[in-house]
Design a protein around this ligand. Structure first.
Ligand code: PLP
Length: 412
């Protein structure tokens, strides 16, 4: 099979929409175009039926009831609703006072959790940002150790978007439930790839997004537990009272239908896809480690999503490496959200030094990744690292036995 360039290996950033999802969405633009809130005619009823079917598909993927699904515009909104909505609902004191309650999260969460958590700090809540260990895995022990008498909410992502490491979510949920603390998990990188059961896994609030699971952008969902315990959040977007008042706005019916179809396809294909991706990732990782010296895989060796690999290549600079592998689309260890080339805060929080963080790539595989593409990436990256090293004075110095870290770079 011929290879189409460039090769896309940035599936943790976003995914191509599955053609089966597009097909499911198309009638919602021109045929099923009613407002699902319209109660008086068949256009409204048809749209409502389509939304209900999608709600059932989304619920099924995570072992929830359809009534426990609230459609959102994606994981950023879902995380804002979960954190701010739960904090406001379970606050110990009213707005305007301090010590309104304690919240636990971690330093290497996505900004869509960190920034709402920082906002809550300004609003009078105490927030503990747990420092992850070098392997990036937040344990139930760590969460237990940070619990206080006044802890109201814990938010720990299921799997990290930069390194793929998997936190001890079911155990963390159990710790929270023992103490009647609300537990939210940002499962954006997890759901659809790994088996999920909100009851078995002790989750109260769970957020995910369509565009990471081969669905459209701008749509996602939040799971809100209704029984044992019944969990509530304060709405953050108010208006027409859609989604049982938790999230107002006329629903994005094509998006929701596409999201539902994407969830259904993940449910059906998850098991075989997981094995396939793991085999491809293992090949990538082993081949690069065998053909290039001074590489390091960031994150946990085993407790990691099957589709994400984050690797540092000593003595090369990540941005230069990305330029040298132009035909392979990946992410670098520099913060992509800013114009500055600050090393990634996630890698920094694991204790990865600035130099190795700068020299890292995140390679993320997906449903449409083929073995031929992985072979191409291995060849390209191996060539590029060796080539860049031949140009690097640091590499020459290293080969002459000079310890790079001992050099005093200041001029006198
Ligand atoms: C872990 C995690 N949380 C949240 C988000 C934000 O998702 P969305 O783009 O749907 O707002 C992303 C995607 O970038 C993510 O990887």
């Amino acid at each position: 099979m011929g290879l189409t360039l460039p090769v896309y290996l940035d599936n943790a950033a976003t995914t191509r929409v599955d053609p089966r999802v597009v097909e499911a969405m198309l009638p919602c633009f021109t045929e099923i175009y009613g407002n699902p809130g319209s109660r008086n005619h068949s256009f409204g009823w048809d749209a409502e039926a389509a939304v209900n079917a999608a709600r059932a598909q989304a619920a099924q993927l995570i072992g929830a009831q359809p009534k426990e699904i609230i459609f959102t515009s994606g994981a950023t909104e879902g995380n804002n609703l979960a954190l701010k909505g739960a904090a406001e609902m379970y606050a110990k004191k009213p707005a305007g006072e301090t010590s309104r309650g304690h919240i636990i999260t971690a330093q290497h969460e996505h900004k869509a959790v960190l920034d709402p958590a920082k906002r809550l700090q300004k609003m009078g809540f105490d927030v503990t940002f747990l420092e992850p260990p070098a392997d990036g895995v937040i344990t139930a022990e760590a969460v237990k150790g940070a619990m206080r008498e006044d802890t109201i909410l814990v938010s720990i992502m299921w799997a990290n978007n930069e390194i793929g490491s998997i936190n001890e979510v079911p155990k963390i949920g159990a710790v929270c439930h023992d103490r009647n603390v609300i537990f939210h998990t940002d499962a954006t990188q997890w759901v659809g790839k790994m088996p999920t059961d909100v009851n078995r896994d002790n989750i109260d609030l769970l957020t995910w997004s369509g565009h990471k699971i081969y669905g459209p952008k701008g749509v996602g969902a939040m799971y809100l537990r209704r029984r044992k315990p019944r969990v509530r959040v304060v709405a953050q977007i108010e208006g027409g009272g859609q989604e049982r008042g938790y999230r107002s706005q006329t629903l994005n019916v094509p998006g929701v239908v596409g999201f539902g179809k994407a969830c259904e396809l993940c449910s059906l294909e998850m098991d075989s896809e997981r094995d396939r991706l793991l085999a491809l990732r293992t090949k990538l990782e082993k081949s690069l480690s065998a053909s290039i010296d001074h590489v390091q895989v960031n994150g946990h060796a085993e407790k990691r999503l099957p589709n994400i690999m984050n690797m540092s290549f000593g003595f090369v600079e990540g941005e230069g490496l990305m330029m040298a592998i132009k035909d392979v689309a990946v992410s670098s260890g520099s913060a992509c959200t800013s114009a500055s080339l600050e090393p990634s805060y996630v890698l920094k929080s694991l204790g990865v030094g600035d130099d190795l963080a700068h020299s890292s790539l995140r390679i993320s595989l997906g449903r449409f990744t083929t073995e031929a593409e992985i072979d191409f990436a291995i060849e390209k990256i191996t060539w590029a690292v060796h080539h860049l090293r031949t140009l690097s004075p640091l590499w020459d110095m290293h080969n002459e036995g000079i310890d790079i870290n001992s050099i005093n770079w200041q001029s006198h």
